[in-house]
Design a protein around this ligand. Structure first.
Ligand SMILES: Cc1ncc(COP(=O)(O)O)c(C=O)c1O
Length: 518
């Protein structure tokens, strides 16, 4: 009955969301058409981000149905930091990547905690970890997590390859402290998840942005041809001497553009990682939020496994600086020769943030066993043991009961439907407002490309009057493009998969806006 009730509630909510969106878009169009001045400066790159499916999409419903009685979402303001703000009544806030309040698993967590409480009372010490546990995590918890991930990914995940973290953000921080030194370079796609950049700069890393493609030339099997990481541009810059220590990207349903890096680009990037000795930090946080046709492309860890001889020796000892890459160990395909040990170059960071609840602060790193041990060997992890044994064991309980799988299915169903509502509403105005987008097939985000003459500065006040908040695309460009390098690249050496870097730079230059995307 409860699930029927919540399904009916969601149906009504969807309808209400559709009506509110349409109403606000009508207002927005009115605002825009009446405020657009013919002499608005020629466009810089005009883009904005709409984060989908958020708590604030249901402001009136969320307070009345929040099972834990918490209807007090923090006051919202982009000024407060878009990733960590809540809802203002009556405003559709598409600026934050929070789960819908109605979809938070209050009942699931309450039941798991009740079972854990019973275990604690009856099972005594060890039923739920209260003592120190080993650095990567409690063995039973890791087994349960590995089992869940193996089924969810459709590819084997061994418990030895996992490290419990306090979420993706913490996982990235661990990777930086274990594998980098101040002054090293980390390559990121632009636009990217902008808050990751501040983790990199915390570690004294140089963040080098490479403009993503505007679209992947061949699209992909999921039908999403939103922009993705430009592997060709990276290859070109590597040939020109760029030596990153890390390449950070969100390969599947990226933040902010929702792009899915096709498998052939993944293969190419893995081979470059081995050739030039950098690590790929794959932020797989949205991989399991997927409703496209067929599964998303395999994750980097699988791609590396398939490319490299399965007997390839896992040797974290070769975790050296890029200069340490030994060309003699690379075969003609750019992959470690099977007779040598080059060590794995892939680290997957993910979390329960988007598939269960952000407040848990629980995630995992997946890497080769040797690399996983190296990452878990940070002083503070060795000293304190695993960072979240208690929470991890409660989540293991959620997994063991089957609730995690069921919840994930519900999330995908719900987000698919709300993404369609948003896409339908936006497409009603595509021809009159001239914006374009790809309908999401997973993740949290829809990237709306604005027409010439409309800037996000122009749009924001109009949207505010209409009662919509969004994240301007510029916010997802935390570092300036290396314009000199990119300009040479755009003019002289476009690799076969010519994309839009050139176009985007042209637009930027035309607008005189410094900093690439600004
Ligand atoms: C791409 C990406 N990575 C990481 C995070 C944060 O993950 P966590 O809450 O697990 O630290 C987010 C949150 O929006 C995100 O979009």
């Amino acid at each position: 009955t409860q699930s029927m009730h919540s399904r009916r509630f969601l149906d009504v909510s969807l309808l209400r969301l559709r009506l509110r969106l349409l109403h606000k878009l009508r207002l927005l169009r009115h605002q825009l058409t009446s405020s657009m001045h013919p002499r608005v400066p020629f466009a810089v790159l005009l883009a904005l981000l709409l984060a989908l499916l958020l708590a604030h999409s249901y402001p009136s419903a969320s307070s009345s149905t929040s099972p834990n009685g918490n209807d007090a979402d923090a006051p919202l303001g982009l000024d407060n930091g878009p990733q960590h703000s809540g809802a203002v009544s009556g405003v559709i806030n598409l600026a934050v990547g929070h789960p819908a309040t109605a979809m938070l698993p209050a009942e699931i967590m309450a039941s798991a905690m009740e079972r854990a409480a019973t275990n604690l009372r009856t099972g005594g010490v060890g039923a739920v970890p209260l003592n120190y546990v080993s650095a990567r995590g409690d063995a039973e918890t890791l087994d349960i997590m590995a089992g869940f991930l193996t089924r969810a990914y459709g590819a084997t995940v061994s418990p030895e390859s996992l490290v419990v973290t306090a979420g993706v953000s913490h996982g990235i921080d661990v990777v930086c402290s274990a594998l980098t030194s101040p002054g090293d370079t980390v390559v990121v796609e632009l636009p990217t998840y902008f808050l990751a950049a501040s983790i990199f700069t915390d570690h004294g890393l140089r963040v080098h942005g490479i403009a993503g493609t505007a679209s992947y030339p061949h699209g992909d099997s999921s039908g999403n041809d939103g922009g993705v990481f430009d592997v060709d541009a990276l290859a070109w810059q590597l040939r020109g001497g760029l030596r990153p220590r890390l390449v950070y990207l969100i390969p599947t349903h990226s933040n902010p553009r929702g792009g899915i890096l096709p498998v052939e680009a993944r293969r190419r990037l893995v081979s470059l990682a081995h050739k030039y000795g950098f690590f790929i930090v794959a932020d797989d946080v949205y991989h399991l939020l997927h409703w496209g046709q067929g599964p998303p492309p395999p994750r980097f860890i699988q791609v590396e496994h398939e490319l490299i001889n399965p007997h390839f020796e896992d040797n974290a000892g070769s975790v050296g600086h890029p200069e340490g890459a030994d060309a003699t160990k690379i075969n003609s395909a750019g992959i470690c020769d099977v007779t040598h040990s080059c060590g794995s170059r892939i680290i997957s960071v993910s979390s329960f943030t988007k598939i269960l609840a952000p407040g848990l602060r629980l995630g995992w790193i997946e890497a080769s066993p040797a690399l996983a041990n190296k990452l878990a060997g940070r002083g503070y992890i060795l000293s304190g043991g695993c960072v979240a044994p208690f929470t991890a064991s409660i989540v293991a309980e959620v997994i063991a009961s089957g609730d995690q799988v069921a919840h994930l299915a519900r999330l995908n169903h719900h987000y698919r439907r709300t993404s369609v509502v948003l896409a339908d509403a936006l497409s009603l105005y595509s021809s009159s407002l001239g914006w374009s987008f790809h309908t999401p097939v997973g993740g949290y985000f829809l990237w709306l490309k604005l027409p010439p003459r409309v800037t996000t500065e122009l749009l924001a006040p109009a949207a505010a009057i209409a009662g919509v908040k969004f994240l301007p695309g510029e916010r997802s460009v935390p570092v300036a493009l290396d314009l000199k390098l990119a300009a040479i690249y755009a003019v002289h050496d476009r690799e076969p998969s010519a994309g839009a870097v050139g176009d985007e730079l042209d637009v930027s230059y035309g607008g005189g806006g410094g900093g690439g995307f600004s």
